[in-house]
Design a protein around this ligand. Structure first.
Ligand SMILES: Nc1ncnc2c1ncn2[C@@H]1O[C@H](COP(=O)(O)OP(=O)(O)OP(=O)(O)O)[C@@H](O)[C@H]1O
Length: 363
């Protein structure tokens, strides 16, 4: 089980297409790191570079302190699980799991022991003599994971392993992966996903990739509670954080912002006197909007609502001068709110302030 370190890693395809630049990341033994980011931001490219399936254009990749940039994939001690499980259809589960070990000429007793152990961890024991076609999608994905576990790799890489499964199975398999990780506390895992819930629930740390680099690295709650920039603020959480433009009118331990749309925001992000008059964007998550008793942060007419049962999403269309939609996620059912006027505010502890796209909390 291993530490993994990326130093100024970059990738250019064909000498022309710049995909990643100066990626720096330190992964400690036992961590489960999740890569998220918009489509095409280079998540799979980065994973494939770590696996050795893609060359590294610049920078350095180290596993356990050893530079491995030029090391062939098979020697890196890395196992990769893909979204398409690609099991050998004519081999049983047992044979699929044994394949790499047989190629490596491991003794049969070791192979049997490794398969028994992995099958037990993945609850596949009763399926060992079945062919893949007689398994469900979730079971096949578990076999694909089992194939990597038996090799006892230093690092596991998962490329959207659940994206081919239907919603119910995704949840079940996600929980299995979380339990699997708990049973292997020393194993290092890197996981690529589009699914926010997977990222939030599985990750020890999330890496948000955007604009050819890392937008922020942190624990799921750090990214949710203290996004360093507007990109991460809006990428993590659903619906996205509201951003409301305004101007700082009060500084100190608390900051007051007069919003262009007319409301007043108070934030616990501290500012200095020199910040008076600064143009900023105030960030408030839809779930942090609550009915205002006195001075509202935002008021508007509801243009649309969606009742999800436990919450109601309330939309205020184009009410701010920049025509951004403002969304509030109110607990419970709010029927027939369309056309109603609402005044909302938020706890100052949950109000973010961004200047030039960066959180003022991190200055
Ligand atoms: N072989 C290649 N040659 C040229 N460009 C490539 C090649 N492979 C990938 N790219 C480009 O590199 C960028 C990153 O691709 P990558 O597949 O890593 O993104 P991703 O974040 O995994 O995307 P997605 O979330 O859609 O799977 C994309 O713009 C893609 O078009």
């Amino acid at each position: 089980m291993a530490d993994l370190k990326l130093t100024n890693v970059g990738k250019t395809y064909g000498g022309a297409v710049d995909v990643l630049r100066d990626v720096n990341l330190d992964v400690k033994k036992g961590e489960l790191i999740v890569f998220v980011g918009p489509s095409g931001c280079g998540k799979s490219t980065l994973l494939r570079m770590i696996a050795g399936l893609e060359s590294i254009t610049s920078g350095m990749l180290e596993i356990d302190g050893e530079m491995v940039n030029e090391m062939p994939p098979a020697q890196r001690g890395i196992a990769m699980v893909f979204q398409s499980y690609a099991l050998y259809p004519h081999m049983t589960v047992r044979e699929n799991m044994a394949f790499a070990l047989k190629i490596a000429k491991k003794p049969q007793a070791d192979i049997d022991a490794a398969i028994e152990k992995a099958a037990r961890m993945l609850q596949l024991t009763e399926y060992l003599d079945r062919l893949p076609k007689a398994l469900s999608g979730g079971q096949r994905q578990r076999v694909a994971i089992g194939r990597s576990i038996v090799r006892d790799p230093k690092v596991y890489l998962f490329d959207e392993p659940l994206s081919n499964l239907d919603a119910g199975l995704r949840v079940a398999t996600r929980i299995e992966i979380a339990q699997l990780k708990e049973s292997m506390p020393d194993s290092t895992m890197i996981y690529v996903t589009h699914d926010q819930v997977e990222a939030m629930t599985l990750a020890s740390r999330i890496v948000v990739l955007a604009n050819k680099g890392i937008a922020q690295v942190g624990t799921p709650l750090e990214l949710y509670e203290r996004p360093e920039n507007e990109f991460v603020a809006q990428f993590i959480g659903s619906p996205s954080m509201n951003l409301l433009p305004g101007e700082i009118t009060g500084t100190g331990q608390q900051t007051t912002i007069a919003l262009d749309a007319g409301g007043t925001a108070v934030s616990n992000v501290p500012t200095q006197e020199a910040d008076m008059g600064l143009r900023v964007n105030v960030g408030v998550r839809p779930e942090d909007m609550v009915p205002a008793q006195d001075t509202p942060l935002f008021s508007g007419t509801v243009s649309f609502s969606e009742a999800l049962g436990e919450v109601t999403l309330v939309y205020f269309e184009g009410t701010a001068p920049d025509q951004n939609t403002v969304i509030a996620k109110l607990p419970g059912v709010h029927a027939n709110v369309r056309g109603q006027d609402m005044a909302l505010t938020a706890d100052p502890a949950k109000v973010q302030v961004f200047h030039d796209g960066r959180s003022m909390y991190f200055r």
